[in-house]
Design a protein around this ligand. Structure first.
Ligand SMILES: Nc1ncnc2c1ncn2[C@@H]1O[C@H](COP(=O)(O)OP(=O)(O)O)[C@@H](O)[C@H]1O
Ligand SMILES: [Mg+2]
Length: 363
């Protein structure tokens, strides 16, 4: 278990003060795969480094299991090597002049515990087996492929039998295909050994496909926490909605009538779903993903349907990528490629209620 309470970290450089982490709290339950997701510079690495003990926070409390490893109030700071953490960084920093076995053995030889040769051998081989590198123990680290180097870095993080694993964008140096494979492999490994994992990435797909829970960050704060489905399908605000994928955002005003939620926009009033605490009269955005927009070629008189014209219809094999002009807005839609639309054609654009989310303005 990892628990972080009101963590604050500021950096002072010659020219500026950066509040990298602004009072962040979250909890990673035992065995979970928890992801901090957010754009570059939002404070993800700094949080990981604070948990590892590599950075000294200005305020806050950090618990690992039932041990408090940092408390600014109680003046507690447990040194990094006593925190029981395994960590893999973006540049996984394997040692090129050592072979596979020695790379993994290194933390044990340097670590606080004195282990016999036999014990070291046993632990290293166990870690190598976990990542399926046991047959390459004598190979030079430089002769490994990108994916194998990645697995080596993991074995090295696991060899000390840590209680928690911290992973900082560990897949970002791999090519796209390998990254996809490693996503699944990493998640499988984590499930198998059931180690509590805190993962950091700026890549939505990685976060969605691997995590049991995602915390979305912006400028040093967490803006929403939920399962991959929750954050993707039920964003609280426009930042989350647009960060999670290309989303149509139409400005409007919220109105609530007998428990039904509507957004009144320049192109009509749409019945929507509310995901967070919003009130009648609030300025909001109607968010809907392109895959959820339905287009009708024949006249359709229905609620949540507006008339528009085809501005763009690009056939791309699996899909037809469309853009419809509705009033002053361009609404993106991804349709089945069997649909054949002409530019300038009149259509009826349906924004189904179950996919229309009223989100708070946040830009
Ligand atoms: N050692 C440092 N000195 C000064 N500023 C830093 C330092 N480390 C990080 N920062 C700043 O803190 C903010 C958060 O950085 P970081 O945690 O690395 O973000 P992320 O990992 O989400 O990309 C950034 O504005 C970054 O420039
Ligand atoms: Mg980072």
């Amino acid at each position: 278990m990892i628990r972080v309470n009101n963590l604050v970290k500021k950096f002072h450089t010659e020219h500026e003060r950066v509040e990298a982490v602004r009072g962040v709290s979250f909890e990673v339950v035992e065995g979970a795969f928890y992801t901090l997701l957010g754009p570059s510079g939002c404070g993800k690495t700094t949080i990981l480094r604070c948990i590892a003990g590599l950075e000294h926070p200005d305020a806050g409390e950090i618990w690992l299991g039932d041990t408090i490893v940092l408390s600014s109030d109680k003046h507690i700071t447990v040194p990094p090597e006593r925190r029981g953490i395994g960590m893999v960084f973006q540049s996984y920093a394997i040692w090129p002049h050592m072979n596979v076995f020695d790379n993994v053995a290194f933390p044990l030889q340097e670590g606080p515990k004195r282990l016999s040769h036999a014990e070291i051998r046993e632990r290293v081989m166990k870690a190598l087996e976990m990542v399926q590198l046991e047959r390459l123990e004598r190979r030079d680290a430089t002769q490994l492929s990108g994916g194998q180097q990645q697995r080596l870095a993991l074995a090295r993080a696991l060899v000390g039998e840590p209680k928690v694993l911290l992973l900082d964008e560990p897949l970002s140096n791999l090519d796209a295909k390998l990254r996809g494979e490693m996503r699944l492999e990493l998640r499988e490994l984590q499930r198998r050994i059931r180690i509590t994992t805190l993962y950091v990435t700026h890549d939505q797909i990685e976060a969605l496909s691997m995590s049991s829970k995602i915390a979305i960050m912006r400028e040093g704060s967490i803006v929403q926490v939920g399962s991959p489905r929750e954050v993707y399908l039920r964003p609280y605000n426009s930042f989350v909605a647009s960060f999670m994928g290309s989303t149509n955002l139409i400005p409007g005003r919220l109105s609530v009538d007998h428990n039904l939620t509507f957004v009144e926009t320049e192109i009509g009033t749409f019945r929507c779903i509310k995901t967070t605490d919003l009130h009648s009269g609030d300025q909001v955005l109607l968010a809907i993903q392109p895959v959820n927009v339905i287009v009708h070629e024949q006249l359709k008189q229905n609620s949540n349907v507006v008339k528009g014209t085809v501005e763009l219809a690009v056939f791309s094999g699996d899909y037809l990528e469309c853009e419809f002009k509705v009033g002053p807005y361009a609404i993106s839609a991804r349709q089945h490629s069997s649909l054949d639309l002409r530019r300038g054609q009149e259509v009826y654009v349906e924004l189904p209620t179950e996919h229309c989310i009223a989100v708070a303005m946040d830009f």
